[in-house]
Design a binder for this molecule. Structure first.
Ligand SMILES: [Zn+2]
Length: 139
């Protein structure tokens, strides 16, 4: 058997790579880079251990036969990444539309609402959950 066929046979039914796997590799590269600056200190060995642990975790996940469990882990990871991305997009939009809009969180469903920039106290109705609440736009 050729090596490629052998590899395909070995990987059959195993989980393989995903976004969380890529993230683990990126973190590992960062840890290894940091370790270069910590040579001759105890931190170097901590980085080495951490790097080995990350590599072991990556291999464990990639070769795992519990595909559903690994997919669930990745889904949780992607949910967190989406939240972080949304946070940064929101901060960017706050600055971008500083002259036009203000952003406020609905107190009930936690959805962010984009409100027109009108100074003073207003009652706002959330379009998602229908609850009303007061906002005070100072600037
Ligand atoms: Zn709401």
């Amino acid at each position: 058997m050729k090596f490629r066929e052998k590899l395909a046979g070995f990987m059959y039914g195993r989980y393989g790579g995903d976004q969380l796997g890529i993230f683990i590799i990126i973190v590992n590269v960062i840890v290894v880079t940091v370790s270069w600056f910590l040579r001759q200190t105890a931190g170097y060995y901590v980085c080495l251990l951490l790097s080995a642990a990350l590599l072991a975790l990556y291999i464990y996940r990639a070769f795992s036969r519990k595909r559903e469990k690994r997919a669930k882990e990745n889904a949780v990871f992607m949910k967190i990444i989406t939240k972080i991305k949304e946070f940064f997009v929101r901060q960017f939009n706050r600055i971008r539309y500083i002259g036009k809009y203000r952003y406020r969180k609905c107190k009930k469903c936690k959805t962010f609402l984009r409100l027109p920039r009108k100074q003073g106290k207003h009652t706002v109705r959330c379009p998602k959950c229908g609850s009303t609440f007061d906002v005070n736009i100072i600037l």
